[in-house]
Design a protein around this ligand. Structure first.
Ligand SMILES: NC(=O)C1=CN([C@@H]2O[C@H](COP(=O)(O)OP(=O)(O)OC[C@H]3O[C@@H](n4cnc5c(N)ncnc54)[C@H](O)[C@@H]3O)[C@@H](O)[C@H]2O)[C@@H](O)CC1
Ligand SMILES: [K+]
Length: 496
């Protein structure tokens, strides 16, 4: 599990360890990583050109101290001070003691930015607020050929949310201290971080408000049939999906559910004839179900299907047309539910559910905030789809998934996901497990289907599910180059 803590939690955990050399530990890890990067790229640290961008706080201090360590190994280090009168005094003295160049001339800094082998972004860390200050902003747009290592997090990214208010520095690698920050796991911020390396400094933060399941946790959660299993023990999922206008959505939801480990799929949409022709194993009769999926391609049947689903005593997943209808009815429509409800909107549907309080673009730019807001308003678990999938509970706890690939953005992809998660719900997983496990498998299936990069169809995603399920069920740690998260292996050799 990757745990991500808020700035407030990090500060409190740091306060508990007052007097311990936290900064030394952070700097040692940071400098060791930078040295490894230089050795990989240039064969040695000695003679490498290193640029330190140092802001006014401890983040700048970390970068300056790390620069001093690299200078002592023979690197040619230049430090550019963004706020010269407030640079970390001890760290600046340590760097000066190595004879390294220190300047506050941003023209020099920008020129060095383009030339350096390695750049340390120590402009601002967890003490940041708002967009980058004017002195720092040009670095976000400056071309470079070297590796940019973000210290703790990329400057310009909001630590707690991953929101990017203006420009931000795009890192090849982030070295973060003590714990992950939510912004390192959630886009758009995560997209600026590159692979993330965690340096342990002894912090003991409380329960994480944001976490990301990894291979082992997914393996532990995957339902497995036992010797005495029958279809009801494994779980029967009911699909209220597919209409005369949109029969394909129903078929894709069936495909997702069948590959999601359901004991049986009970199909109750208008594409029954075609569905049973393609998937002879499905049931068309009415009968007992342990979860319901309502909405994919429901078309003209949506209102009635949603009524039926919400009146049931089983977990219900509402997707697509079901969400549009739910947005029309508002949160009160879920008030009488005794069993869990899971909503799976994309940004546009989320905007609709929020009743016009945010646009789709605003939802996508502030994914965690809006997923939490929706979960709280509707009293339901919410899976917000997109470049990072965020699953939020009404109490604000969240799980994020980044196994996905942009190739997943294809028609019908969400229908497969709905069926898949519906099957996991039928197997008895609570929504807060079923949703991230489904997103994890779906993302990996998209990657597997796309291979080294090719357009895929939703049917390809469904077809790839058994292979990724097999792989995930083994629960081994992903090898280097195998996707554990979208970020892993982005830059060859930088992620370890
Ligand atoms: N809290 C901890 O447990 C530890 C923190 N460490 C380091 O300390 C950092 C936090 O240090 P600080 O609290 O001094 O805060 P920062 O160094 O993150 O930033 C504070 C300064 O940045 C400026 N600033 C704020 N927003 C800005 C923006 N948008 N653009 C440009 N400048 C901006 C402010 O003037 C402020 O003085 C961490 O990110 C980490 O690098 C580590 O040394 C290890 C331990
Ligand atoms: K930084």
């Amino acid at each position: 599990m990757r745990h991500a803590h808020t700035v407030e939690q990090v500060r409190a955990a740091e306060a508990e360890l007052a007097g311990q050399p936290l900064m030394d530990r952070a700097v040692a890890g940071l400098a060791a990583t930078c040295a490894r990067v230089l050795i990989r790229r240039r064969g040695r640290v000695y003679g490498s050109r290193v640029l330190v961008l140092a802001g006014s706080g401890d983040n700048g201090g970390d970068a300056l101290f790390a620069g001093a360590r690299l200078a002592r190994r023979g690197a040619a280090v230049t430090a550019v001070l963004l706020t010269p009168e407030r640079a970390h005094p001890a760290a600046l003295a340590a760097l000066r003691a190595t004879g390294s160049q220190v300047t506050s001339d941003q023209e020099v800094g920008l020129a060095d930015f383009s030339r350096a082998d390695l750049i340390l972004d120590g402009i601002v860390g967890i003490g940041g607020s708002g967009p980058l200050r004017p002195a720092a902003e040009p670095y976000a747009h400056q071309p470079r050929r070297g590796v940019l290592v973000a210290v703790d997090l990329p400057s310009g990214v909001d630590a707690d949310t991953g929101e990017v208010a203006g420009a931000a520095l795009r890192a090849d690698l982030t070295v973060t201290f003590g714990t992950h920050k939510p912004s390192l796991l959630i886009d758009p911020g995560a997209g600026y971080a590159g692979p993330v390396q965690l340096v342990e400094i002894g912090l003991r933060p409380p329960t994480a408000p944001v976490e990301a399941l990894q291979h082992d946790e997914v393996a532990a959660l995957l339902p497995r049939p036992a010797a005495e299993s029958d279809k009801y023990k494994r779980g029967v999922v009911g699909l209220l999906a597919g209409s005369e206008r949109y029969p394909g959505a129903g078929l894709l939801a069936v495909a997702g559910a069948l590959h999601g480990g359901a004991g049986a799929v009970r199909y109750q949409g208008r594409a029954a004839e075609e569905a049973v022709r393609r998937h002879p194993e499905i049931l068309l009769t009415a009968g007992r179900v342990q979860s319901l999926v309502v909405g994919p391609g429901s078309g003209e049947d949506t209102a009635e299907s949603l009524d039926d689903a919400l009146a049931s005593q089983v977990p219900v997943l509402v997707d697509a047309d079901g969400l549009t209808e739910l947005a029309r009815r508002g949160p009160r429509a879920l008030a009488g539910r005794s069993a869990p409800t899971l909503l799976t909107p994309h940004a546009g549907e989320a905007a609709r559910l929020l009743g016009g309080d945010a646009s789709a673009e605003q939802v996508a730019a502030a994914r965690l905030r809006h997923a939490r807001e929706l979960a709280a308003r509707y009293g339901a678990t919410v899976l917000l789809k997109g470049s990072t999938t965020v699953v939020a509970r009404p109490d604000g706890t969240a799980r994020v998934n980044s196994t996905g690939t942009a190739w997943l953005a294809t028609a019908g992809s969400g229908d497969v996901l709905a069926g898949l998660i519906g099957a996991l719900l039928a197997a008895g997983l609570p929504p807060f497990d079923a949703a991230p496990v489904g997103a994890y498998l779906h993302g990996l299936a998209g990657r597997l289907a796309a291979g080294s990069g090719a357009p895929i169809t939703a049917s390809d995603i469904a077809a790839a599910l058994p292979a990724v399920w097999r792989d995930a069920a083994q629960g081994d740690r992903p090898q280097e180059g195998r996707p554990q998260g979208r970020r892993a292996g982005n830059v060859a050799g930088l992620g370890d």
